[in-house]
Design a protein around this ligand. Sequence first.
Ligand SMILES: [Zn+2]
Length: 131
Amino acid sequence: MMEKFKRFMYGRYGVDLVSLAVLVVGLVLSTFGQWFNLIILTLFSYALYIYGLFRIFSKNIPARQRELTILMKYKSKVRGWFSFKKKQVEERKLYKYFGCPNCKQKLRAPRGRGKIQVTCQKCKTTFIKKT
Ligand SMILES: [Zn+2]
């Protein structure tokens, strides 16, 4: 039985983070779909199950790896945004955060200095900011 399965899976992509994420989201959606009796959510969750299983048994390994790369990039962006927000909250009493009026680069300045002249590190624009 195990041997048969191993032979079947040979050359196939197998489980990765994308398939797991798709299956977990499908599970959550189908649960919500049943709770609130929303047929559209249940149908969408079936589509996710099919897609997740399709990925696991897929033989097009480069395409599946590309999908994984996209997810990892997205994941690190989301994580980066959260860690920046966390830092901002932790330092809110010490620093004031604001965006450059020219290039929107995120900048910070120590609080309680009154009106100061700020020079953007990225585009060298100078402007006055009250801290
Ligand atoms: Zn700038």
